[in-house]
Ligand binder design. Structure first.
Ligand SMILES: Cc1ncc(COP(=O)(O)O)c(C=O)c1O
Length: 389
């Protein structure tokens, strides 16, 4: 502290401290940098910023940038933009590409709120959404119009688990110069190489596997190619998409165990799904390693593994039994989302998915990090309770 600083009064010194206990410290954790205002060294830095100059908290802190760079590296993207939730990432991607008067293709299997956005705000903006069969593959070419601005994919589809022929969709789209975006959350950016299949945009809810502990919300929009990257960056800056550095720090911590967790979750989910397939009450196991799963062959062709989420159908039960089963579970907690340490279960009433007749008899399971044999025991006792009237 200089002599002049010592003369400053307490209120000023509280705000302009001069002593920092910085010293020689080196940690394995990425520091959490908080900040709305970013201080510039001079007016010339304000007027002539370098390309990666920090300008204001909303455009990124070092913690957020570090996370974005790591997600981009994992996915093989040119650019990753972070968003405050997976759904915010979906809306950012859609708003970056769709304009008034345009046409958008969305699979019938898409995440419910994605369809609500298409039917709601996007419709209000004059964007027409057409719902397509998720198994369309190259036949998507028949639906592409002059005014088609984006083809949305989600593979596998939410809840009903349709694995799409993304490469065939991208080939048809490229022939007409239409960009393709995918909700790639299930694949976590590693089990399915969306950019190798030809997509321009890969969206993830980092809430799931990268966060990994059910204690935060975050999303990412990763892009390849100059045009897609520019569009997404522009939309993110104008919409004020910003993420908390504290949450980024948690996701960065989650990344350290991401690979281990994803592999273990995938193995446990497979063990549980294989056991469920042997049960009389279960008429279909919508897990990609099982033939019941739509696109099972595409999964074998394109994927390097499976994750923690799958659905089963109790085709011979009624809705009351399905609800009794779900409520009798002890380790599987009733709740939305997936990818965390805890096993979760959910059942749906009015599913707007390609299998409306089986919707109320479908149960979605997220297998967590508990011992798979304990999970099987839990499912067995709940099935016994639901079977007896
Ligand atoms: C496939 C899929 N995409 C996106 C989201 C949205 O993620 P978030 O919960 O972070 O908004 C979810 C959430 O469940 C999802 O299942």
């Amino acid at each position: 502290m200089t002599g002049r600083d010592k003369e400053k009064r307490r209120a000023t010194r509280l705000i302009h401290p001069t002593d920092y206990a910085s010293g020689d410290f080196s940690s394995l954790a990425v520091p959490t940098y908080r900040g709305s205002t970013t201080v510039f060294p001079s007016m010339s830095a304000v007027d002539r910023p370098t390309e990666d100059q920090y300008r204001y908290g909303i455009y990124g802190t070092p913690t957020a940038r570090e996370l974005a760079l790591r997600i981009a590296a994992i996915e093989g993207a040119d650019q990753t933009i972070l968003a405050p939730s997976g759904l915010a990432a979906v809306s950012l991607a859609l708003l970056a590409f769709c304009k008034s008067g345009g046409h958008l293709l969305v699979p019938a299997s898409a995440y419910g709120p994605t369809r609500e956005l298409a039917d709601g705000l996007l419709k209000d903006l004059g964007i027409e959404t057409e719902i397509y069969d998720p198994m369309a593959g190259s036949e998507i070419a028949n639906l592409i119009r002059e005014d088609t601005q984006l083809i949305w994919c989600e593979s596998p589809g939410s809840i009903t688990m349709e694995f799409q022929d993304v490469a065939a969709i991208c080939a048809a789209a490229k022939a007409r110069k239409v960009p393709v975006a995918i909700d790639n959350t299930y694949g976590a950016g590693v089990l399915f190489d969306a950019f190798a299949a030809g997509v321009d945009v890969s969206v993830q809810a980092l809430t799931k596997y990268q966060g990994g502990h059910s204690d935060l919300l975050m999303g990412s929009v990763s892009t390849q190619g100059e045009d897609a990257s520019r569009r997404v960056k522009r939309a993110a800056d104008q919409l004020g998409m910003s993420v908390s550095p504290d949450d980024c720090s948690l996701v960065l911590r989650g990344l350290k165990t991401f690979d281990l967790r994803l592999r273990h979750l995938g193995e446990s989910a497979r063990t549980v799904a294989d056991w469920l397939a042997t049960q009389d009450a279960v008429s279909a196991v919508l897990h990609p390693a099982h033939r019941d799963c739509p696109g099972h062959d595409l999964w074998k062709r394109d994927w390097s593994g499976s994750a923690s989420l799958f659905s089963i159908i109790f085709g011979r039960w009624n809705r009351d039994q399905v609800v009794r089963f779900v409520e009798a579970l002890e380790l599987f907690k009733i709740g939305y989302s997936w990818g965390g340490a805890n096993s979760l279960v959910m059942t749906y009433h009015g599913l707007r998915r390609p299998t409306p007749e089986t919707g109320p008899l479908l149960v979605r399971l997220n297998v967590g990090l508990e011992d798979p044999q304990d999970l099987i025991d839990d499912l067995e006792q709940a099935m016994a309770k639901a079977a007896t009237r």
